[in-house]
Design a protein around this ligand. Structure first.
Ligand code: NIG
Ligand code: FE
Length: 414
């Protein structure tokens, strides 16, 4: 029986959520030795720090206590979870939500056999440039709301559909009103305006555009891929960003083998995203470095591509995150539960590993420890599932299971 863990001295407005059949805490002290291993070596059998018949106390915007429901402290308010499961809010550490337009036709053509190509990004660039600020804002909030109703309480989002100084800075300014996890992706593709002179575009991305964008962003990203930016260009772009105080993350090894993953580890990027085509040396680098491997199965689903091998990464000891990559071209889903179901069905993950990767894993990919876990002091971001266990997220694919969502201690859906 758990005696409960608490932070000292509750001060704010307190709420008890009780009668929780199964609580996912992701507390590393509750049965999982290391977040870097899938071996569950402490005998806990799960990375999730599960507590059965549990309760949680929220104090203001923070978690104050978790433990056995019979031992919960007195609080101002009380919520009966009705014998259902509670998990941390999803941390979607990779999305592209500042865009306009639609690529239904491109998707339709793909589903009739055409291959995905990064060139489709240009369609969204044209539509995004033509859109008003209000239209971009409306689009962003619509997708955020959609994600929140499915349990996402933190999201990262990127620029990358502007590719001019003004349009990139505008995208980041709009995004920064909604999240602190904002990523400058001027290096998504070479701008159509510089198609004949990629070097001039890299100079712009690392120069004037970076100066205009850095104040709105925490991260810098680059699409390191044939048809986008090569290893040397990616290194130059990320190094320039770092010199301006931005932290690197990379779109790496999505469509083909390449230098992206090893560059990510070399530069201590927080995350290498996609990781679909990996050599043994790439897997070793991820297993031995701090860089998280963020897998984005919505992209493989929507491009009919081969799945990233999560099992291989986990067995090697890499830290794996799962995110949506929500964007109008390669992965137009805002649903983390959908990604969990795909990862379990097709990428060799257990339901427990997939839920960990979509919560604590996403937090690790953003180098955060205040989210993605329900431990005293963490941000009170929780999802009440309309199910007795988190396993239902994979067991019941396509079913909307988020019954209520709390963000920073406030019930925002339910
Ligand atoms: O992460 N790979 C590059 N960027 C996006 C796709 C963007 C698009 O096709 O519009 C991705 O999959
Ligand atoms: Fe992406």
């Amino acid at each position: 029986m758990s005696s409960g863990t608490s932070s000292t001295g509750m001060t704010g407005n307190t709420t008890l959520i009780t009668n929780i059949a199964s609580l996912v805490t992701n507390d590393p002290s509750l049965g999982w030795g290391s977040p870097r291993s899938s071996k569950f070596e402490n005998g806990g059998g799960s990375p999730l720090g599960l507590i059965q018949d549990a309760a949680v106390v929220i104090d203001g915007d923070r978690i104050a206590w978790t433990g056995d429901s019979r031992e919960a402290p007195a609080t101002d308010n009380r919520v009966d979870a009705g014998g259902r499961a509670v998990i941390p809010g999803f941390v979607d550490s990779h999305s592209h939500l500042v865009f306009a337009g639609d690529r239904t036709q491109e998707f339709n053509a793909r589903m009739s056999g055409r291959a995905y190509s990064a060139g489709g990004i240009r369609t969204t660039v044209a539509a995004t440039r033509a859109a008003s600020d209000e239209e971009l804002e409306r689009n962003l909030t619509r997708h955020l709301d959609e994600a929140l109703r499915q349990g996402t309480t933190t999201f990262e989002t990127k620029s990358g559909y502007g590719l001019t100084i003004e349009d990139e800075a505008r995208a980041l300014r709009i995004a920064s009103a909604h999240t602190e996890e904002v990523t400058y992706l001027g290096a998504h593709i070479v701008s159509p305006d510089h198609a004949d002179d990629p070097a001039a575009y890299v100079a712009l991305v690392t120069g004037e555009m970076l100066d205009a964008c850095a104040p709105y962003a925490r991260w810098i990203d680059v699409f390191c891929e044939k048809g986008a930016f090569d290893g040397d260009q990616a290194r130059a772009i990320l190094t320039a960003g770092r010199a301006k105080g931005l932290h690197p993350r990379i779109h790496a090894n999505q469509l083909s083998y390449g230098p992206g993953v090893q560059l990510a580890v070399e530069l201590d990027a927080a995350s290498a995203d996609h990781c679909t085509h990996l050599t043994d040396a790439d897997v070793d680098a991820l297993a031995n470095g701090r860089t998280v491997a963020t897998l984005l199965p919505g992209a493989e689903f929507s491009t009919r591509a081969e799945w990233p091998d999560a099992r291989r990464l986990l067995d090697a000891g890499a830290t794996v995150a799962l995110s949506t990559d929500c964007n109008p071209g390669s992965s137009f889903t805002s649903s983390v539960p959908f990604c969990i179901a795909l990862a379990v069905r097709d990428m060799g993950m257990t339901p427990d590993e997939a839920v960990w990767s979509a919560t604590a894993g996403g937090a690790a990919a953003l180098r955060r420890t205040d989210i993605g876990r329900l431990v005293p002091g963490a941000r009170a971001d929780l999802v009440l599932l309309d199910a007795p266990s988190h396993v239902h997220l994979a067991y019941r694919p396509g079913v909307p299971l988020a019954a209520a969502v709390w963000r920073k201690g406030t019930e925002v859906f339910g």
